[in-house]
Design a binder for this molecule. Structure first.
Ligand SMILES: C[S@@+](CC[C@H](N)C(=O)[O-])C[C@H]1O[C@@H](n2cnc3c(N)ncnc32)[C@H](O)[C@@H]1O
Length: 375
């Protein structure tokens, strides 16, 4: 577990505040300190429309209320909350971006409502508990950034028992795909190995040192990099060759940090395409704005990052490739059911038995939370 994480499994306020702000924290926050990065998120129309509609089509959740925006960035969600009628908005941002957020709030004449606080969420002391927590915390394949830990910490400390989470629910999806990436990555791997063999020969002839003993570890390193690491991709819907399945459902009002430490799923699905190749799996997420049991949304809003021809997001999908791919005739469904059944998903490392489908099967995602945050 990376050092950014609030004590694993802790949900009490006392435990939740113990955060190590070492190098890991610094790496994570450095990208968010730049306007170009905030602009990327602000230009994602699917993301923006979903949050905008969630707030303005459910003004009754905001009117006269105290709101906490966890990780306000440019301040956009805090500003919308105020425009929707909030009495007070606490906009917490750990990076210097807080200064820009403060300027933006002032330029929009909302400085009497929105208070920008430059501090990490885990350290903030607010003068009151809040009615709504709003946050855009989602990373690649939902949990990759692990900012959700900070949102859970904020909820435990500062949300009233009757309070509402924005978003209120989240789901992770997995689906079988076909993709030319499988050939491209194999070719990249072969190029890297050919280059290595040339390097070994040259080093021996020019400098008199035999490097061949390092060929095996180098090959392993390159296999891990090219063939066993998940990657970002923006898939066309027709690359999805079977039924997507839900592998994790999260109620943001009740989930604990322990609940999101690992993702294990035993699911089955069927492949609908014939005469194609099962090249791997794609993972994506959606979130919903439903309000709470006691205080439902008037208009439920969904933000999905599923493959889409017209409505792609900056999150894209996370792709886990199979090397080699499996030819699909009509035995596919059985094979796929077996594949999914035997996958053991975890946010740090996605392991799959090596003998599955007679392939060296995938799939390793980011190996540490530190790496995750650099994305
Ligand atoms: C994905 S961005 C969202 C920014 C903005 N809310 C938006 O929707 O455009 C997440 C922001 O949360 C901030 N952040 C992440 N963890 C935080 C924490 N523990 N305390 C305060 N800010 C945090 C990051 O620096 C970043 O600016």
């Amino acid at each position: 577990m990376g050092s950014r994480t609030v004590n694993g499994g802790a949900t009490s306020a006392a435990e939740a505040v113990a955060v190590d702000k070492g190098v890991d924290f610094a790496n994570y926050f450095c990208t968010y300190g730049f306007l170009y990065h905030q602009k990327e998120m602000l230009s994602d129309r699917v993301r923006m429309d979903a949050y905008y509609n969630a707030v303005f089509e459910n003004k009754h959740h905001f009117e006269g209320k105290a709101v906490l925006d966890v990780g306000t960035g440019s301040g956009i969600l805090a500003i919308w909350s105020a425009q929707a009628g909030a009495r007070k908005v606490y906009a917490v941002e750990a990076t210097k971006m807080a200064e820009h957020a403060r300027e933006l709030v002032k330029a929009n004449n909302l400085q009497d409502i929105v208070e920008v606080i430059e501090e990490s969420m885990e350290d903030v002391i607010l003068p009151e508990k809040v009615d709504v927590i709003i946050s855009e915390w989602m990373g690649y394949f939902l949990l990759r950034e692990s900012m959700f830990d900070s949102v859970i910490c904020a909820r435990e400390r500062w949300l009233k028992p009757s309070g509402i989470m924005y978003p209120s629910h989240a789901r992770m999806w997995l689906a079988p795909i076909r993709s030319g990436l499988v050939d491209q990555k194999m070719s990249d791997y072969e190029d890297a190995m050919n280059d290595w063999h040339g390097f070994v020969n040259e080093t021996e002839s020019y400098y008199g040192v035999d490097m061949r003993v390092l060929t095996k570890p180098f090959a392993e390193e390159q296999r891990k990099y090219y063939l066993k690491t998940s990657m970002w991709n923006n898939l066309h819907p027709n690359q999805v060759i079977g039924t997507p399945v839900i592998i994790k459902e999260i109620d943001c009002s009740t989930v604990t940090i322990n609940d999101i430490l690992g993702v294990r799923a035993s699911v089955s699905s069927s492949i609908s395409a014939e005469n194609t190749r099962l090249c791997g799996f794609a993972g994506w997420f959606d979130v919903h704005f439903r309000g709470s049991h006691e205080n439902l949304a008037q208009q439920e809003i969904e933000l999905t990052t599923a493959p889409s021809e017209d409505f792609g997001t900056h999150w894209g999908q996370q792709v886990f490739l199979l090397h080699p791919p499996t030819d699909i005739w009509n035995i596919a469904s059985a094979v796929y059911q077996q594949v999914l059944h035997r996958m053991n998903l975890h946010p740090d490392i996605f392991t799959v038995p090596a003998n599955m489908c007679d392939s060296q099967v995938p799939v390793i995602a980011a190996s540490s939370h530190e790496e995750q945050k650099l994305f």
